[in-house]
Design a protein around this ligand. Structure first.
Ligand code: GLN
Length: 433
């Protein structure tokens, strides 16, 4: 076994002894779940899957479907339009409460039942069957396999779902649900009855953690800006009336469901999912809350945690004197985000010759550049050129593309040697006094 699987097994074994919580029984079919069922799965950004316990036992997805359907509605309507229909504020109330704005009837957020029902109705399709087909296909793309419906859970939920029907009728009468209430809850019940395993949910969570690209199949399921919004709403509202405590203790965007499923996404690291039916009073699976607490603590995953400084970005900053020319050379590696680019700009200032001379920026080992930092860097280079320096950049396309749209006041080369050779072209300058 590998160390990741080892630690999942160790945790699984220890937390199996945890016997608190109660299996949901308001949907009769859910009451049949075995309280001892307990599965854990984790999927890395490289698409590697690690499991412990009953990670392949099927169960209905329930509310864990909500963030994904929210992402679907976001891509259909766009953020501003969706916000007009469904809020983004934590309700502080249980998942099935009447959390509607007094004047408009707009539901508080898409992670509670009222908001999820309204969100389901907004998925743009001509009829309920097509709408559900689209939802199922979307969930399947996140999971990386074709998901089906647990018809027994669906029938059980449809037979006992009066509270959800009531929520739909209330929203309809308040003017915040523009679709047929019966049809809408029926689609919502089907959505909640989609059958998954902890492994499926971990792949789905990993897809969110990976900016919308499923790390197992390689498919871009949804765009990154939509993922950012979805994860933000999960972080503030995903754990119902336990959301504040969860953000405080565990600090990861997460979503739970009454059948005992829970997902958490650690952006750019991994997706994790747990299946364990006994729930705490907020409707969150007891063992999952304990397990995520441990995982977050052990690996320092809290989103407010100060990450350790990354490997050095600036790997060289020097001033060369060649053929009577002063050439400042800065070399960088890795990925350029705010912190790294700030260090890079500082290094450029340090090596820039005092009189007009040459500056070489070697970015050949830079793997990625965010647009904001690239534009900032381009402005610094433009300023150097304005002050009379000859500026050469050795870079892969990443930087050139990210800085696109800025006036190009520098020469681009594919290697550092070419950039340096360019500095030495032409007659040597007259010696400075
Ligand atoms: N289908 C369930 C319901 O509407 C989903 C609730 C949940 O998982 N919290 O009651």
């Amino acid at each position: 076994m590998d160390p990741v699987t080892d630690s999942l097994h160790e945790m699984h074994q220890r937390l199996s002894a945890l016997r608190e919580g109660k299996v949901a029984d308001y949907i009769p079919q859910l009451a049949l779940a075995d309280p001892d069922d307990f599965g854990v799965a984790l999927v890395s950004m490289a698409g590697h899957v690690y499991r412990a316990g009953k990670a392949d036992t099927p169960f209905s997805i329930q509310s864990v479907s909500k963030p994904f359907v929210y992402a679907l509605a976001l891509s259909d309507l766009g953020p501003q339009e969706l916000l007009r229909h469904v809020g983004v504020e934590p309700s502080g109330n249980p998942f099935n409460a009447i959390s509607l704005e007094p004047d408009t009837g707009r539901p508080a957020n898409p992670m509670i039942n009222a908001g999820a029902i309204a969100t389901t109705a907004l998925v743009r399709e001509s009829d309920p069957a097509a709408r559900f087909a689209r939802i199922r296909a979307f969930l399947s793309a996140f999971a990386g396999r074709e998901l089906d419906v647990d018809e027994d859970v669906y029938a059980s939920e449809a037979a006992t779902g009066d509270r959800n029907r009531a929520l739909a009728y209330l929203m309809h009468s308040a003017g915040s649900l523009h679709a047929d209430p019966e049809e809408t809850v029926d689609t919502y019940f089907r959505q909640c009855s989609v059958r998954v395993t902890a492994t499926d949910l971990a792949v789905m969570a990993a897809t969110l953690a990976n900016g919308g690209r499923n790390p197992v199949t390689g498919n871009q399921v949804v765009s990154e800006p939509i993922v950012v919004r979805t994860l933000a709403v999960m972080a503030s509202c995903g754990m119902y009336d336990g959301a504040g405590q969860w953000l405080l203790d565990i600090g990861l965007p997460a979503k739970s469901g009454v059948s005992g499923g829970l997902i958490a996404a650690s952006p750019a690291r991994f997706g994790v999912a747990i299946y364990s039916p006994p729930l705490d009073p907020s409707g969150n699976p007891v063992r999952a809350v304990a397990a995520l607490g441990e995982v977050s603590e052990r690996f320092g995953l809290h989103i407010m945690h100060m990450p350790g400084l990354r490997a050095a970005t600036v790997t060289g900053a020097e001033r060369l004197e060649r053929d009577g020319r002063s050439i400042g050379v800065v070399t960088a590696q890795g990925s350029l985000e705010f912190t790294e680019t700030e260090a890079l700009m500082h290094a450029l200032r340090q090596v820039t010759p005092s009189a007009p001379g040459w500056v070489v920026l070697d970015l050949t080992a830079v793997s990625a550049v965010l647009r904001g930092p690239a534009v900032g860097l381009a402005a610094v280079l433009a300023d150097l050129a304005e002050r009379g320096h000859h500026v050469a950049v050795a870079a892969q396309q990443t930087f050139v593309e990210a800085a696109e749209g800025r006036p190009r006041t520098w020469e681009v080369f594919s290697t550092r040697a070419d950039a340096l050779a360019w500095c030495l072209e032409g007659p040597a300058p007259a010696p400075q006094e």
